[in-house]
Each structure stands twice: as structure tokens, then as C-alpha cells.
Ligand binder design. Structure first.
Ligand SMILES: [Ca+2]
Ligand SMILES: [Ca+2]
Ligand SMILES: [Ca+2]
Length: 320
């Protein structure tokens, strides 16, 4: 891992800790990490000729969700370690339909409009904590852009934000904001390429760490992304076997028969982000994931609703 990436991952964990609880934020802050994935520019500084909005599969680049997670509640430590000026501010993860090039993502790229029509202020943003390889689609926005009396209503991309592979520009994408009292739901699911599996690798214990990986023996890995960070209720404890068996993955056998299976293990734990890896012991193609209401909470302790999502199948252009 490069020093730059290490610093980035460090910031990711700290951001997660800060969003998930003050205690974790304080512990992370004492490690003395420097922010690297935060951005502050109030204008779009990205120079590009790319205007394409079509992704490789032909779909239009869009925002999957904008989740108003914290109202005037980002902990004080986030000011020092994740985003200067974030302390006491609002927190909102915004999820893109493809991974993004962090160099092109700036506060000035986002316009948040409240129900009354007021335009909010994004003080800073960070790509953390969802920062493992394959996860670079969740951006946390810190600032002041509404409250319960006048909730943020829409997020629009008004600057140039490019996909990680540089082929797509998100400018013009917009999405309705999920209101503050709502709990997190599943927003994305994809098959993880085998090159990213690294089976058996534990979560890094250092402040430079990433999430845990699936165990040796895993035959298929599905990454699920929630609209906001998820933990067990009443604190910042990670999901465990209680939640693992609640995930229902629809699989399709070669003969077309469907089955519902639970993952035999969970991965991407211990990093405080909004992703889980579902470790499967079948090669039957996974097509959908569901999870019942009432078992995971966002940083405000709002419980998840019953939720389900199709597993994305990415086909290169021209593939039948
Ligand atoms: Ca930009
Ligand atoms: Ca992760
Ligand atoms: Ca995770």
C-alpha cells in the first residue's frame, strides 16, 4: 500500500469513528493521522473534456442516494482529523453509481437545496470511510445544509466529478435526500472480482487499516452497500452472526432454479463504513440480496427498514 493510500485509509477510519461515535473518534484522533482524502474547494476546479454520462453498461451515471444522517451532530474531533470545520455540522453520505476519482470531487461540485429552497453549505468532504478497493463510490459531505425544521431535499452535482476510470462525468446528476429520521437501506450490491478477495486477510489493526476479508474457502463474494454507515443498535458494535444469518441472497443454479442462502461469513467488518462483504459457499450466480427490518442502525440509532437490492451485473460494452 502506498503512503498516500495509507493516509487515505487512516482518514477513512477516523471519519468512520467520528460518524459512528465520539469514543472511536477520540481514540483515532490520538493516533495523529493527517487528512488526505478531504477536500475543501468551494468551486469546481476540475478541468476536463469529458462530458459523457453513459456508463459502460449503457445506463446513465447517477446518484444512488443521499442520506441525511446527522443534523448538527458531527463530533468535535472530526474537525481535527477528518474535515476541518466539520465539528457540530451535518453529515450526509452521497453514493455514486460508479466509483469516483477523488481528485475531481470537491464541495463546490455539490448543491444541496432544502425544502424551503435554501442552498446549504458543504464545508468539506471526504471519501472515507468507505475506502477499500472497490468501495470508492461513497462520499461524506460535512457542512450546514438543513435541519429538522427545513430538511435538505435534493443533492445535485453542479461541477465536474469523474468516475475512477475517467470515462464518465456525473455533472447534472441529482437525487432526492433521504430524510433524517429514516434508517439505512441497501442501495447497491455487486459481485466482487476475485482479484480483490484476499481471502483470510483480517481487518488491519493499525489506523491505516481496511475492512476484514472473507475466509479461505469462499466461492463467491457479494459487496452490499448501505445508504449510511451501519452498526448494531445502541453503539458502534459491528454486525456479527446475528445479522449474518438475516441476509438472504437469491442465487440461480445453472438449470435456472432459484434458492435463498445466507452468507456463511461476513467481511468488510471493523472499518466502520457502509459496506459488508457477503461470503458465499456457492458458485451459483447471486442475483439479489434482502435484509429484514429492525436490526442495524445509522449513527442516529435509526433502525433499518426491510430492504432489498438487485445484484448488479456489469457487462462491458457490446456484450450480449
Ligand atoms: Ca470537481
Ligand atoms: Ca470497507
Ligand atoms: Ca465495512
Amino acid at each position: 500500500m502506498s503512503p498516500t493510500l495509507k493516509r487515505g485509509v487512516s482518514v477513512a477510519i477516523i471519519a468512520a469513528a467520528c460518524l459512528l461515535g465520539v469514543a472511536g473518534c477520540r481514540a483515532a484522533a490520538t493516533m495523529g493521522a493527517k487528512p488526505a482524502l478531504d477536500a475543501y474547494s468551494q468551486t469546481d476546479t476540475t478541468v476536463t473534456q469529458v462530458t459523457n454520462r453513459r456508463q459502460a453498461d449503457g445506463s446513465e451515471a447517477h446518484l444512488l442516494s443521499a442520506f441525511f444522517g446527522l443534523d448538527d451532530a458531527l463530533p468535535r474531533m472530526s474537525d481535527r482529523v477528518a474535515c476541518k470545520g466539520a465539528s457540530g455540522g451535518d453529515g450526509m453520505p452521497v453514493i455514486f453509481s460508479d466509483q469516483v476519482d477523488i481528485k475531481t470531487v470537491e464541495p463546490g461540485d455539490f448543491r444541496i437545496t432544502t425544502a424551503s429552497g435554501a442552498v446549504g453549505k458543504v464545508t468539506c468532504l471526504t471519501l472515507g470511510p468507505a475506502n477499500d478497493p472497490g468501495e470508492w463510490r461513497t462520499v461524506l459531505l460535512a457542512g450546514h445544509y438543513g435541519g429538522l425544521d427545513d430538511e435538505p431535499a435534493t443533492v445535485e452535482i453542479v461541477g465536474n466529478v469523474l468516475s475512477l476510470d475517467g470515462t464518465v462525468n456525473f455533472k447534472g446528476a441529482r437525487v432526492a435526500v433521504t430524510p433524517l429520521p429514516e434508517g439505512p437501506r441497501l442501495i447497491w450490491a455487486e459481485i466482487v472480482p476475485q482479484a480483490q478477495w484476499e481471502l483470510g486477510r483480517p481487518a488491519d489493526q493499525s489506523p491505516f487499516g481496511g475492512g476484514s476479508h472473507c475466509p479461505v474457502g469462499t466461492l463467491q463474494v457479494v459487496r452490499v452497500t448501505w445508504a449510511g454507515g451501519v452498526t448494531k443498535p445502541a453503539g458502534a458494535a459491528d454486525a456479527d452472526d446475528v445479522e449474518r444469518v438475516l441476509y438472504q441472497v437469491t442465487t440461480v443454479r445453472p438449470d435456472g432454479a432459484e434458492a435463498k442462502v445466507a452468507p456463511f461469513a461476513l467481511g468488510d467488518l471493523k472499518d466502520g463504513d457502509n459496506n459488508h462483504l457477503l461470503c458465499l459457499d456457492t458458485t451459483d450466480r447471486a442475483t439479489a440480496v434482502s435484509f429484514p427490518a429492525g436490526y442495524l442502525t445509522d449513527p442516529r440509532e435509526d433502525l433499518n427498514p426491510e430492504t432489498s437490492v438487485a445484484v448488479t451485473t456489469r457487462q462491458p460494452p457490446g456484450t450480449p
